[in-house]
Write a protein that binds this ligand. Structure first.
Ligand code: NAP
Length: 358
């Protein structure tokens, strides 16, 4: 394909593959019955693109757990996002190249990040959510979906803004080798905390300790008693628990919290594939009274006014090599479903990203 612009009278049409929601999945991990790939024809002719829009070639796209919660077809609590209409293309965080611009602020060839890029090889999108990347910064593009993207920002809000760590704080993080967990652990270490994690495989335990700097971590699939595991790994109790999984781990943590502990609840991925009546309860919520624990759910969208502060801090850490990340890269837009489904298992490592084009 090729773009058109700069006043050239060149009509361009591309065939573009895109993922759309064909049927809702009230429970279980979504499959090819729910998410389907189709090919559409898209005009890139300048005249067909509305003002304030750009045509973009998608380079990298992101698998985000919250997408699961907007594919159930049930408007019930959870993350409070509206359900995706059937037959509509899925949108998520992505990095793309501008190929035609009808907005003076963006030029052809620029690489942009968008929280709502269609999972489509080519698309025409409104430009107001686009953010330019800095080609001189030397930051690999996948980082914009990882340490500098939604997971990194979530880790920063959870640990730095809500967790309020002090040197020596005892921090526990679930899904510690995942996209949020790997960054959260490193941020807590940079604040001088003792940091413990839980994850689903020995390989991820090793990675958490050796690459992400966790003081210790355990494989929850090998621990039959989470309460006993926390006694062993968190002998001084827990001051901050960044909850990514909910369920039985949250219940166990509440038996180990110190006075005044903070529990920023980033997500509860262990519960996403269940209807709400099947979700696990937490029997010892009473512990939050005597220990004066603050449990606080959050959505990063609420903290967008602090995005600039976060970006500056995180870019500094990346340049100084104080924070590193691990990416599980799938190749080709065809692999989106496989990559997305993998985040509901232990099979992935770090941030799962799809490379759509070079
Ligand atoms: P991720 O950790 O990269 O991938 C999900 C991981 O969760 C899997 O690798 C797996 O790791 C673990 N997992 C999956 N199913 C599980 C289960 N049934 N029980 C226990 N662990 C399970 O995902 P992420 O992007 O970093 O997201 C982590 C959490 O943050 C999610 O709950 C997500 O919804 C939330 N989040 C919230 C916000 C917000 O604004 N609040 C923004 C971004 C993400 P193991 O091998 O360790 O089990």
């Amino acid at each position: 394909m090729g773009g058109s612009g700069g006043g050239e009278k060149k009509v361009e049409v591309v065939e573009s593959k895109e993922w759309y929601l064909a049927a809702y999945a009230p429970e279980g991990v979504p499959t090819s019955d729910h998410l389907k790939l189709r090919t559409v024809t898209l005009s890139l002719a300048v005249d067909s693109i509305p003002d304030g829009h750009v045509a973009v070639q998608l380079l990298w796209t992101s698998t985000e757990p919250y997408l699961r919660t907007i594919m159930t077809g049930v408007e019930e609590g959870g993350l409070y996002f509206p359900q995706i209409p059937l037959n509509k293309v899925i949108t998520t965080f992505g990095v793309g190249r501008v190929i035609v611009s009808k907005d003076g602020k963006f030029s052809e060839g620029e690489i942009v990040v968008n929280p709502f890029f269609p999972v489509a090889e080519y698309s025409v999108v409104a430009s107001h959510f686009l953010r330019k990347t800095d080609p001189t910064a030397g930051i690999p593009l996948p980082e914009y979906l990882s340490s500098l993207g939604l997971p990194g920002f979530s880790a920063w809000v959870g640990i730095e803004v809500l967790g309020k760590p002090k040197p020596g704080s005892n921090v526990f993080i679930s899904a510690c080798a995942g996209a949020v967990g790997m960054i959260a652990g490193q941020l807590a270490k940079l604040k001088g905390c003792r940091v413990i994690g839980s994850t689903g495989s020995d390989n991820k335990v090793k990675l958490s300790k050796e690459k992400f700097g966790y003081d210790d971590a355990f494989n929850y699939n090998k621990e039959t008693d989470f309460d006993a595991a926390l006694s062993k790994y968190c002998p001084n109790g827990i001051d901050i628990y960044l909850d990514n999984v909910g369920g039985k781990m949250l219940e166990a943590v509440l038996n180990h919290v110190n006075k005044g502990a903070h529990i920023p609840v980033c997500g509860m991925i262990s519960q996403y594939n269940k209807t709400w009546t099947e979700r696990e309860g937490v029997r010892n919520l009473l512990n939050i009274v005597g220990k004066e624990v603050k449990i606080e759910g959050f959505l990063v969208g609420t903290y967008m006014n602090r995005m600039g502060e976060f970006m500056k801090e995180m870019e500094g850490y990346i340049k100084e090599k104080k924070i590193s990340s691990e990416h599980k890269i799938y190749n080709g837009i065809e692999s989106f479903l496989e990559g997305f489904a993998s985040i509901f298992s232990t099979s992935n490592v770090g941030k799962v990203i799809i490379q759509v084009a070079a």
